[in-house]
Design a protein around this ligand. Structure first.
Ligand SMILES: Cc1cc2nc3c(=O)[nH]c(=O)nc-3n(C[C@H](O)[C@H](O)[C@H](O)COP(=O)(O)OP(=O)(O)OC[C@H]3O[C@@H](n4cnc5c(N)ncnc54)[C@H](O)[C@@H]3O)c2cc1C
Length: 416
């Protein structure tokens, strides 16, 4: 008797999109290989909390093998996919070749420095555990260095923190860093004049969080100013050499810290795909989420470019990635049954961004609001979405502790 082998589904990336695809295929009669270059799933929306010493990496990252311990049809492999052959249906990973029947490319995005070599060398970024920890080490070291710096000008430069990019990540980081200085560092460094410390948020456009409705942009600006963040709109960064930021109008800011949150581009692995690329190197996909000419190969999440109903590209958001992960899984199941895949439609769950303690902006069910209620929703939603019951409890406890005692638990400098 001839037993037909189960189809092999390869998923590249255990981020929001890949994880959701894999979970939704738990009962599928298939073999699934999930591949990621790291061994953990990372909750990127809270990376800035690692950078400002609010949380430890282990509280927002979870081992992939633990997540799928009970999913019998799935194997996890840690490794970097370096090549994809769509014609012959195989991928290359760390020297081995893996054949597939269905492929899901959910490799996400990386930081885009737009060819600024010095920025890439000296600037800080928030993209993974390593870059967030490097940012934390740098920020905390600045206070240590400033505490024994005799020259007031040099001290001032050490205590000047520039964040470039007024999107949600830049806004969240600026607000949280300003609070770290005001509530925590003030207690840790009683002899340091923290009146010298400045958090400057530089944004080239006319607004912060440009993708949000106008009332929320204005609320964000107001909330950040209340937290002593120096917001500079219509201001373009021209260069950063590790000691000084030069702005496009020639003005300079003496600082050793620049956190770059102003650019993203699709993961390196999609660069070589024989498919049309849109802005930020994202791959143009069909409404069914597959590649044109290759219906069994899907690209989803940040790496994919798909216009919404209104013609605008779907944003690089976890909510889009998760919904696309579910839809890709559904389409693979349909195709395995010999049926036609269906077009993807994004259901917008609303917008949320925090600006710091008691301060957030939200648009839910078409209603915009800001302040404490928005912040409480942000807090509980983020705790709910973190993977692992233990992590949820720890994060809830840490945040409650920090809230009542004005503390940031993870003030560790972990390098020489
Ligand atoms: C700092 C920050 C804050 C954010 N805040 C929010 C927020 O508040 N709300 C929100 O909705 N979204 C937010 N986002 C965006 C959100 O995190 C992304 O939209 C989401 O992670 C995209 O999911 P993804 O699965 O496409 O990619 P990712 O989650 O990035 O996962 C991609 C995975 O692929 C792996 N990978 C990449 N290349 C390879 C390769 N060649 N081989 C093997 N593995 C590979 C990576 O290691 C990674 O694990 C934020 C992003 C960042 C960086």
């Amino acid at each position: 008797m001839n037993i037909k082998p189960k189809p092999h589904i390869v998923i590249i990336g255990a981020g929001f999109a890949g994880l959701e695809t894999a979970r939704r295929l738990a009962k599928a009669p298939a073999r699934i290989t999930l591949i990621d270059k790291t061994n953990h799933h990372l909750f990127q929306p809270l990376l800035y909390q690692v950078a400002i010493a609010g949380l430890l990496p282990s509280q927002i990252a979870y081992p992939v093998r633990s997540i799928f311990r009970r999913q019998k049809n799935l194997t996890f492999q840690m490794g970097e996919v370096t090549g994809i052959n769509l014609e012959e249906k195989f991928i290359k990973m760390d020297g081995s070749v893996i054949a597939y029947d269905y492929l899901v490319i959910a490799a996400g995005a990386r930081t885009n420095f737009f060819g600024f070599d010095t920025l890439e060398k000296y600037g800080l970024q928030l993209k993974d555990v390593a870059t967030a920890v490097a940012t934390r080490n740098h920020l905390l070291s600045m206070f240590e260095n400033a505490s024994h710096e005799a020259d007031p000008e040099k001290r001032k430069a050490m205590l000047t923190f520039v964040i470039v990019g007024g999107g949600p990540t830049g806004v969240e980081t600026a607000g949280a860093l300003s609070e770290l200085i005001a509530h925590v560092m003030r207690k840790d460094y009683p002899r340091l004049n923290l009146g010298d410390a400045r958090v400057i948020l530089v944004e080239a456009g006319a607004n912060l969080i440009a993708a949000y409705p106008d009332e929320l942009r204005k609320a964000t600006l107001r909330l950040l100013k209340n937290k002593n963040v120096d917001v500079r709109l219509h201001t373009k960064m021209a260069d950063f050499n590790g000691q000084r930021v030069t702005l496009a109008d020639g003005a300079t800011i003496e600082t050793q810290t620049l956190i770059w949150t102003a650019g993203a581009k699709a993961a390196e692995i999609v660069e070589s795909l024989p498919a049309e690329k849109a802005g930020m190197g994202r791959v143009r996909i069909e409404p069914t989420l597959s590649l044109p000419l290759f219906p069994e190969a899907f690209v989803i999440g940040d790496a994919a470019f798909l216009p919404n109903g209104d013609g605008q590209p779907l944003p690089m958001l976890s909510t889009v990635a998760i919904q696309q992960g579910g839809a890709a899984a559904k389409n693979i199941k349909l195709m395995m049954e010999g049926k036609e895949p269906r077009a993807f439609h994004y259901k917008d769950p609303g917008l949320l961004a925090t600006v710091g303690r008691n301060a957030a902006v939200a648009r839910i069910f078409g209603i915009s609001f800001s302040g404490f209620i928005a912040w409480m929703i942000w807090v509980f939603l983020h705790i709910y979405r973190i993977i692992g019951f233990r992590n949820r409890i720890i994060v809830m406890f840490n945040w409650a502790w920090d809230y009542f005692f004005y503390d940031n638990q993870a003030r560790l400098i972990t390098r020489e």
